[in-house]
Design a protein around this ligand. Structure first.
Ligand code: ZN
Length: 607
């Protein structure tokens, strides 16, 4: 069943809590500036000036480097939407002038081909020509919305029109080797209402799996078409395959397509591939794509810990896809995945200082894996730079009969519910450390609508009060993971939700070889790990956690930007402290483990 809920833009969501607000401050003060400086010093920005003929010089870097500049501009646009900053805006305008100048007269824009191989345009579908273009489109839509300025949007439209003139029914075939253009064209369609962008997006989706792919991916025996999801027509997809980020961007675009087409074949494919991804190929941290070899998927339940690839971009892309699935189907299980990424897989990608990044996110390390300031292929830092400033968009959704609270982020939000009634909602919470959430509901006048509160998949019990009156679990209707409060609301109504948040011991399915005899520890949405900095006396290969001893919960506002730590005991009675996985590698070097050997596990006695 489809619901077609509406997204609530992050500009309607004012974040004011102890967890996210400081992170957004760091992003504004450090991350965006650091990424812009890296784009400058690595020649990524200069490539546009060179392609425009404004300066002399050769192309620097890799053929997809334009996309990093676009992604940082998209992030800057999101920052400008909630925080005017004339200096940042002037810098973005300067870069936009260079981008527009680099566009060729027919609309083509990809500085690598302009500068290095103009005769080889559109010959190798792996070369990210439309991938770059897709990120330009996303940046352009964001910057237009932020400032009302059209220059980048006009550049993006000329580029999309160029694609439309070369490719499409009766024109050339194209299977973009790295998906992104499809979801971007859907975004451009929503921003401009130009039907041709929507049609081109749907056509590009339908091109896949029909033997049209050509280039390095298809020539490489160990990759082949499955690497970029070109092995079957998208409506027939059964299993997640290939490169993880490419797969997630594809499914994201398919979910966008369903919103306009309602195509039941796409709905079926999305639901099959979601189950296959989440139930058999996702780590407890939300990480996906175990293998470095293809930056992607291998076989079911292949989830090694030390060698886990788990690209940060793939975790972010899971958020993009699952957010859309939640809107499409009105089911909290998709928002559960968004939450898992928000507090674990995606968040681990950035240091607390905001200027160091992981590309690869293993679940165990002997102490030799560390965040760095930048990468040759720097997709992950620049993805974080656009994901984090727009994170408020995942908190709420507008439903047919009211609103849904998907993520418990402190602050204020404003909606218009059905019938045009304006509602302000104030959320007070110390999430993810505490399960108590207070909502102040303020409709402009009394009115009936439904508020859906997500009961997270990890939560086994909750208490609910409305205006101080307890509501038994039997009295509140639940629907697809939400408790539904459908009633007459008046200004000043108060809702208190208390989610039970005990320490949970997680065991993997028996099929997951890497985790046999091991446990992971989760409290609320936060997955924990043991890091050497807290456990100097323990040896990576030798310790086991005594799960019969209770793990004690301790708030440590002074540690790692403010965290709740867990303390327990090893098999031989030594203290063991666990910290949130996202916060590892922010102190001195050392080992880290998410899946920890279990002291009482029978396999210890077998050998
Ligand atoms: Zn990446």
């Amino acid at each position: 069943m489809m619901t077609n809920w509406q997204s609530v833009p992050f500009t309607n969501v004012k974040i004011d809590d102890a967890f996210w607000r400081p992170r957004l401050e760091v992003l504004r003060k450090v991350t965006i500036k650091a990424c812009l400086a890296q784009c400058e010093s690595t020649g990524r920005i200069a490539n546009f000036a060179k392609a425009a003929g404004l300066v002399e010089g050769e192309f620097e870097g890799i053929y997809f480097n334009d996309s990093d500049v676009y992604k940082v501009l998209e992030g800057a646009a999101y920052l400008l939407m909630s925080h005017r900053d004339p200096e940042l805006e002037a810098e973005v305008d300067r870069i936009i002038d260079l981008i527009a100048a680099a566009q060729e007269p027919d609309g083509y824009l990809c500085t690598y081909f302009t500068l290095v191989a103009p005769e080889s345009k559109w010959t190798d579908m792996e070369k990210h020509e439309m991938y770059n273009g897709g990120h330009l489109i996303e940046a352009a839509v964001a910057y237009h919305e932020a400032t009302g300025k059209r220059k980048l949007l006009d550049t993006a439209c000329r580029l999309a029109d160029h694609y439309d003139s070369v490719f499409g029914p009766g024109k050339r075939h194209w299977v973009e080797g790295h998906e992104e253009i499809e979801l971007a064209l859907m975004k451009l369609y929503r921003a401009t209402r130009e039907e041709r962008y929507r049609k081109l997006a749907l056509w590009l989706l339908e091109e896949r799996g029909r033997g049209h792919g050509k280039g390095a991916i298809w020539d490489k025996e160990e990759w082949g078409p499955a690497y970029c999801q070109d092995d079957v027509p998208v409506r027939n997809i059964e299993k997640v395959t290939g490169h993880a980020v490419r797969a997630m961007y594809l499914y994201t675009a398919m979910a966008d397509a369903v919103r306009v087409s309602g195509d039941p074949a796409y709905v079926g494919a999305l639901q099959r591939v979601w189950a296959h991804t989440v139930e058999r190929n996702m780590y407890v941290t939300g990480g996906i794509g175990p293998s470095r070899h293809n930056e992607g998927f291998t076989h079911d339940y292949d989830l090694p810990n030390e060698t886990a690839y788990c690209e940060t971009c793939a975790a972010i892309a899971m958020v993009l896809w699952n957010h859309r699935m939640n809107l499409l189907f009105g089911d909290a299980k998709y928002a559960d995945v968004v939450e898992r990424e928000m507090y674990n897989g995606a968040l681990a990608g950035i240091s607390l200082s905001g200027d160091k990044f992981f590309y690869v996110n293993p679940l165990a390390s002997r102490g030799d894996h560390h965040r760095v300031e930048w990468f040759g292929t720097s997709c992950c830092p620049t993805n974080l730079a656009r994901y984090l400033p727009s994170i408020g968009q995942y908190a709420y959704a507008r439903t047919d009969d009211g609103l849904a609270v998907n993520q418990y982020i402190g602050g204020e939000a404003e909606f218009e519910v059905a019938g045009g009634l304006r509602v302000k909602l104030k959320t007070t919470a110390n999430y993810p450390w505490d399960g108590r959430i207070e909502l102040a509901v303020n409709p402009e006048r009394p009115g009936r609508f439904a508020i859906r509160l997500r009961v997270p998949g990890w939560c086994k019990g909750y208490k609910l009060k409305i205006g101080g009156e307890s509501l038994g679990e039997a009295e509140a209707l639940t629907d697809r993971g939400y408790v539904v409060l459908d009633r007459e609301w008046s200004p000043g109504d108060a809702v208190a939700l208390e989610l039970e948040m005990p320490v949970e011991i997680v065991r993997a399915r028996a099929e997951v070889e890497a985790d046999r005899g091991r446990i992971a520890v989760q409290r609320g949405p936060v997955v924990y790990c043991a890091e050497q900095a807290d456990n100097p006396d323990l040896a990576y290969d030798a310790f086991a956690l005594a799960v019969r001893e209770p793990l004690l919960v301790r708030d440590r506002p002074d540690l790692l930007g403010g965290v709740t730590v867990l303390t327990g005991q090893t098999a031989d009675g030594k203290p063991c402290r666990l910290i949130p996985y996202y916060a590892w590698d922010n102190r001195e070097e050392g080992f880290m483990q998410v899946w920890i050997r279990e002291a009482s596990h029978p396999s210890l006695y077998l050998f």
